[in-house]
Ligand binder design. Structure first.
Ligand SMILES: [Zn+2]
Length: 372
């Protein structure tokens, strides 16, 4: 995760008012998305207005409010580089009889513990190799592909490896769910274990593999990707970050895979016990809307999109190549994100419930994508 997001965080409180007014409606793009803002903050004002001025005045006020919110939305969307500004029709409205997905969150949490037990896992380290082997050892019976290459970094050359598990579907199109397994390189000698940043994403993908394993997929193919070299080795920049996904997006562009990807769903730092998934302004609006629809069906919407910030993460190479992408990331890890990229990113801050929320929302999002 990037510098841009950290800067955004520093300005969090100064921007809080603006976000509540503008970003709430920012890219959800529908009247129903605007309603929470009205419900949460403006109900009292609306009632007083109604009493004093009567229904006609109220109607004018509402029209004015909607117009203002609409302007804010437009501005915010303009400012955000997104893969597509088109809001595609979402999946047919929830078929409520469909079973609600869930995962084995205790098992997912055990995966985090196992991964953290290896210690720091920066690229080029023996522990990094151990976690690679650990991931692959949990994918028996699944078609696994390696995307191994040498990355040229400011600290020299490193062998990197994206690991791809494939679950073929009955329909055309691929849904990619990704997350990184390397830990921060500059903190490699501080005891930093990245329980949330690197650990939680590795674990949720392993648990999703269990969910998809051995079941016939009536829908698009699902590919799980453990990405490598997400972290910067010196200082975050366009060339010092996202080593694995830059390589992968380029390969997939060359071999034609990219065109088949219906959605790229990214998970990063999703284990925080106080889970607040950001609405990422670099993600594709219609896909974020679908994620929110999935979260809402499962009753988890209060953990999603409380604020809107642009995030630089492993989805960017795909966003830049026009692949619909959504980053599920929580950058409020401890007060003011205080645990992020510090040796305090440890297991005790995490909760299996958060893994359950993100895992189930991802599975529900896949179900909705299959229906589109
Ligand atoms: Zn990180």
């Amino acid at each position: 995760m990037s510098y841009v997001a950290r800067i955004a965080l520093r300005h969090r409180y100064a921007a809080a008012e603006r976000r509540q007014n503008a970003a709430h409606g920012a890219s959800r793009g529908s009247v129903s998305a605007i309603m929470p803002a009205l419900k949460g903050k403006k109900t009292g004002q609306i009632q007083i207005l109604a009493a004093l001025w009567g229904a006609r005045t109220l109607a004018s006020c509402l029209i004015l409010s909607f117009a203002l919110i609409a302007c804010a939305r437009e501005k915010s969307t303009d400012a955000a580089p997104t893969a597509s500004s088109t809001l595609l029709p979402t999946a047919m409205n929830s078929d409520d009889s469909a079973p609600k997905p869930s995962i084995n969150s205790a098992r997912a949490m055990q995966y985090v513990r196992d991964v953290v037990a290896f210690g720091p896992r920066p690229i080029g380290s023996p522990n990094h190799k151990k976690v690679e082997n650990y991931i692959v050892s949990h994918l028996r019976g699944i078609t696994v592909e390696d995307d191994a290459f040498t990355a040229d970094t400011p600290e020299g050359k490193f062998p990197l490896r994206n690991i791809i598990a494939k679950f073929p579907g009955t329909r055309d199109g691929i849904i990619v769910i990704a997350g990184h397994y390397d830990t921060n390189y500059p903190l490699r000698n501080t005891g930093y274990v990245g329980a949330n940043d690197g650990g939680s994403s590795t674990a949720i993908l392993l648990e999703l593999a269990n969910q998809f394993r051995g079941k016939k997929r009536e829908g698009c193919s699902v590919w799980l990707v453990w990405t490598d070299g997400e972290e910067a080795v010196k200082q975050w920049s366009a060339t010092d970050s996202l080593y694995g996904t830059r390589q992968l997006a380029e390969n997939w562009q060359k071999d034609g895979t990219l065109k088949k990807i219906k959605a790229f769903l990214l998970t990063d730092m999703i284990g925080d016990a106080e889970l607040n998934i950001e609405q990422d302004l670099n993600s594709t609006p219609w896909l974020e809307k679908l994620v929110l629809q999935a979260a809402t069906r499962l009753g988890y919407q209060s953990h999603f999109f409380g604020r809107s910030i642009p995030v630089e993460d492993d989805h960017l190479p795909f966003v830049h190549m026009g692949v619909p992408s959504a980053d599920l990331i929580d950058l409020d890890y401890g007060y003011n994100n205080v645990f992020h990229h510090t040796p305090q990113d440890t297991l005790d801050k995490l909760s299996p419930k958060s893994l359950e929320i993100v895992g189930a929302v991802l599975m529900e999002t896949v179900r909705l994508l299959d229906k589109m």
